[in-house]
Design a protein around this ligand. Structure first.
Ligand code: LIP
Length: 277
């Protein structure tokens, strides 16, 4: 029996390659930067162009499928996850990195059916690394299998997070306090690479042992989520409970033990939901 989602995944890899080529070419030219919700929430003409290209190339082949795209939602499209086949797209994850040519910039696409991630593709454009993961079939980087470190000891872990959400001073203080708590566990170190999707791929390939974040979006998480689980890692809610793709928060880790130990340290703050309307 043909696996129709595998056909979608093959198409997704082709489309992601085209998108990645545009991002790489744009890095060679002047980048005009626009602000979205705040002076630190950036968007470029390339984000918008790449999202349009991805959606039109997929819609042409799969006209009945649904889409949630970062720039489409910014322009007013709904962000609701249905049971139907849904493509969740971040055309440039790490836009601030892109603007500064800081080398973690990715195109991230996750594909869900019945609200479950079937596959995820993350192309780290400047590193030229194509990460792919299909449910039940493993995770790969440029075609070679990858796996998490398997680290169980938080005190031997390298932990990733981001300092994103700065608009609300109280939340920002919690973000900084949480980093301090994790550093005090102690861990080997904390890093903020600037692209949620790349962060998940770094955990998936064992270069880091965990990543946590409150205040991101489903398009930052969907592609990388498949990579982490297929590489043998875990993905849970920031509280340590079950992961919810629309909850805007997550912990991914090399082992359940490291994930739960991080959850134990973190103070949770309300960051809304993607599907809150
Ligand atoms: C970004 C994330 C990054 C986070 C930023 C932002 P974008 O996504 O990948 O990790 O710190 O606040 O959400 O906006 O570049 O797609």
């Amino acid at each position: 029996m043909t696996d129709s989602w595998q056909e979608c995944m093959n198409h997704c890899v082709d489309v992601t390659k085209q998108a990645g080529k545009i991002v790489r070419e744009a890095l060679e030219k002047d980048i005009a930067v626009m602000e979205k919700s705040s002076p630190t929430d950036l968007v470029t003409e390339t984000d918008q162009r790449v999202e349009k290209l991805i959606i039109s190339a997929i819609r042409e082949k799969y006209p009945t499928h649904c889409f949630i795209g970062e720039e489409s939602v910014a322009a007013g499209a709904p962000s609701v996850l249905s049971d139907g086949p849904t493509w969740i797209i971040d055309p440039i994850d790490g836009t601030t990195n892109f603007v500064h040519r800081f080398p973690f910039v990715s195109v991230s696409i996750g594909f869900t059916v019945n609200k479950e991630v079937e596959f995820g593709i993350v192309y780290s454009c400047m590193e030229d690394k194509m990460y792919t993961a299909r449910r039940g079939k493993g995770a790969f980087c440029n075609g070679l299998p990858i796996k998490v470190s398997g680290q169980e000891d938080i005190t031997k872990s390298l932990v990733l997070t981001e300092m994103g959400l700065k608009k609300d001073p109280e939340h920002f203080k919690t973000v900084m306090d949480n980093i301090q708590k994790i550093l005090n566990v102690p861990v080997h170190g904390v890093r903020c690479p600037g692209s949620a999707a790349v962060n998940m791929c770094l955990v998936a390939c064992g270069a880091a042992d965990a990543y946590y974040h409150q205040g991101i979006y489903c398009w930052d998480m969907a592609g990388g989520a498949a990579l982490v689980t297929e590489a043998g890692g875990v993905i849970v809610d920031i509280t340590g409970g079950p992961f919810d793709l629309m909850s805007r928060r997550l912990i991914v880790a090399s082992s359940p033990r490291v994930a739960q130990r991080i959850a134990q340290e973190l103070t949770v703050f309300p960051c809304g939901r993607d599907d809150a309307g």
